[in-house]
Design a protein around this ligand. Sequence first.
Ligand SMILES: Cc1ncc(COP(=O)(O)O)c(C=O)c1O
Length: 453
Amino acid sequence: MNRSRVIHRNLRAAPPPIAAGGHGVWLTHADGREVLDASGGAAVSCLGHQHQRVIEAIRRQAETLAYAHTGFFSSTAAEMLAETLVGHEPGGLAYAYFVSGGSEAIEAALKMARQYFVEVGQPGRCHFIARRQSYHGNTLGALALGGNAWRRAPYAPLLSDAFSHVSPAFAYREQRPDETEAGFTARLAAELEAEFQRVGPAKVAAFVAEPVVGATAGCVPAPAGYFRAVRDICDRHGALLILDEVMCGMGRTGTLHAWEQEGISPDLQAVAKGLGGGYQPIGALLAAARVVDALRDGSGAFQHGHTYLAHPLACAAALAVQQVIREDRLLDRVRVQGNLLDQGLTERFGNHPHIGDIRGRGLFRGLELVADRASRRPFDPALKLHARVKQAAFDRGLACYPSGGTVDGVRGDHVLLAPPYIVSDDEIAMIVDRLGGAIDAALADIRSAGVNP
Ligand SMILES: Cc1ncc(COP(=O)(O)O)c(C=O)c1O
């Protein structure tokens, strides 16, 4: 098919190939060729493709009840999914609000934080602090919250000034050569404190961050002590801490929530991708009891909503995905296979002249490409190295998730890997091997075009 009436991501190129099927970590082209899905799309397919237990759960729910509006009914699937997710974790998250994806979960978090302060008699709190080089979604509130320059640029006039941004906790790019990790953490904390003071501490509703930054920077965990420091600052000023685990959550980093590795917990948390594993579109806002209790004791309702809140099919699929993760002990597997992937990447790219950094946690790993390792100089963005790597990998039967703008939203290239939790040792070896071939081919490609990195 050369022409398509679907508005695809790239409107100039030929329409993308049709994905005709899948099994395990593999996706199948309509012509039968197989592609190893090394990023689960965008860190979505945590169980891989066509997992029979999940498909069976969707079938059973569809045969029972496909949809009932939440203005009239709840569903057993939604109730059971909430029981599974909250109420017994460390950290006190007690309630879940089910939406259709990550951006909707973030919008719900912003609005619940704002409404919380209206209900508790602090209506002056209407400002949100986030970080540069973050991504929180593409709806207007989430886009304004995010700190990614190129995604924001065309829509800047539509974005509210209720949001401001501090430096990302991105050691490879932001930590000074003469600075210790503790010194870096202290500097970032001082900057956040200064931003609270600039805005006026009584005006800040929340600080929002991804515990491990995903799409914009390529799997960047924070330095030790960072999240304890920001939790302290929020508490001291009476602001909420909202964590965006849309990409890094639901087991991706080796614990169900990435914040479990930071010794803190949030007041509100957004999850999505790994929640439903791609079997249905679903996201969730998880909320601490004190926030929901304040709404209950105040106006009595969360003033928000969508037609497809807590969709029974989506909740049934997510419930099955979470049951498989638990019953098959996949968090243990994420840790073991994550170490294996890290080891493979380090062996293959540790001395590569154009790989500056290998980072991440669990099965959430990033490689940053640099023109020069010593100075960490990125490639010229006009070369679109990340796009070349993506194409070269796809040509070799590997789907990975490279992006540009790693350094500042414009400069820099990275590759993000987020394979399904069921990935085998052999498949990890294949990922490393095919990615190595793709990166070397993309670099050869720019050299043959006469560019010397
Ligand atoms: C950290 C983070 N937050 C929010 C979103 C938005 O999620 P969605 O694309 O499901 O709206 C994404 C999507 O990539 C994300 O990575």
